[in-house]
Design a protein. Structure first.
Length: 310
């Protein structure tokens, strides 16, 4: 059983990542930290609570975190996820409430409670984790593992959103993990863009599952995501950045990685040094088999959706 703590800025692909984690008996999701990024942190919190209600999940603690980077303000929130972060999807009402403590305390508490067991998963800006490191510098030795969706390593100087909006936080995180025995696994755009959801794959998921409130939310969210990707010139598809990172948190063997020393530019661009001349701070994902990933996602989520059919 994998004990997981997720730090998310729940837009569309974060939502599917959370459903992926909730869908299997190989994951014990012990906490969710919310951060601004795709949308405001208050909306992220509402989305996380609503998703737990949709999935009829146990009372998993959801904590409010940062709504600004360590310095300055977020750039304007992107509209690629829609005004509420989940495209055309609507979540059920819920009486679930946030914890009385913030995301920093949630990170530190989970790390101590599950010392040596906890796998951290970050699919949004690294602000919450950086603040948690300031509160508890021993986090790198307390966690069993850490998976980060962020960065781009194509050599073109492109800055990926999660790192770009708070490069200072990203720098603090990778500095803290420099030379540690267990290095973070980094799923950058070069890797995650190999797992592109298409209407045909989505139709296959819906067919295997049958009608379900969970599938309806996924379909409505992804329809918006398809449209936003097409508007940005990617075609009528949707890159599942965050679900891939969630899958890797549960099974690192799903991807091939390469040890590197990762440097964060002030612009948020990420540079990987594979020379071995400096202490490493990351395992950078370099290859994934999309067929294996989508077969796993469909089998896992379809079975879960059938169980929650009402």
């Amino acid at each position: 059983m994998n004990v997981v703590f997720a730090d998310v800025d729940t837009g569309i692909d974060d939502a599917i990542a959370l459903i992926y984690l909730l869908a299997g008996d190989d994951a014990n999701l012990v906490g969710i930290a919310s951060t601004g990024g795709n949308i405001s942190v208050d909306q992220v919190c509402a989305n996380n609570l609503g998703l737990l209600e949709l999935c009829r999940a146990a009372a998993i603690p959801v904590s409010k975190g940062a709504d600004a980077p360590l310095s300055g303000r977020w750039p304007d929130h992107e509209m690629s996820h829609g005004p509420k972060g989940l495209g055309y999807a609507t979540l059920p009402p819920t009486d679930r409430r946030l914890t009385s403590y913030d995301a920093t305390a949630a990170w530190v508490g989970a790390a101590h409670t599950f010392a040596g067991e906890l796998i951290g998963l970050v699919t949004g800006p690294l602000t919450n984790l950086a603040l948690a490191l300031r509160a508890e510098p021993a986090l790198p030795t307390l966690l069993r593992g850490l998976v980060i969706m962020g960065g781009a390593f194509g050599g073109d100087g492109m800055a990926e959103w999660n790192i770009r909006v708070d490069p200072e936080a990203a720098g603090e995180v990778f500095t803290a993990w420099t030379g540690q025995r267990q290095l973070p696994i980094v799923c950058g755009l070069d890797l995650t863009r190999h797992v592109a959801m298409t209407p045909d794959i989505l139709a296959r998921l819906a067919s295997v599952s049958g009608p379900s409130p969970v599938i309806r939310v996924i379909e409505d969210a992804l329809r918006f995501y398809f449209e936003s990707h097409q508007a940005r010139g990617h075609g009528y598809l949707a890159y599942l950045h965050d679900p891939l990172a969630a899958a890797v948190a549960l099974d690192p063997e799903l991807i091939t990685t390469r040890v590197a020393t990762m440097h964060i530019e002030p612009t948020g661009a990420t540079v990987a040094d594979y020379s071995g001349n400096r202490k490493p701070n990351a395992q950078i994902g370099i290859h994934v088999d999309p067929t294996v990933f989508f077969d796993r996602l469909i089998d896992r989520v379809a079975s879960f959706a059938r169980q929650r059919c009402v």
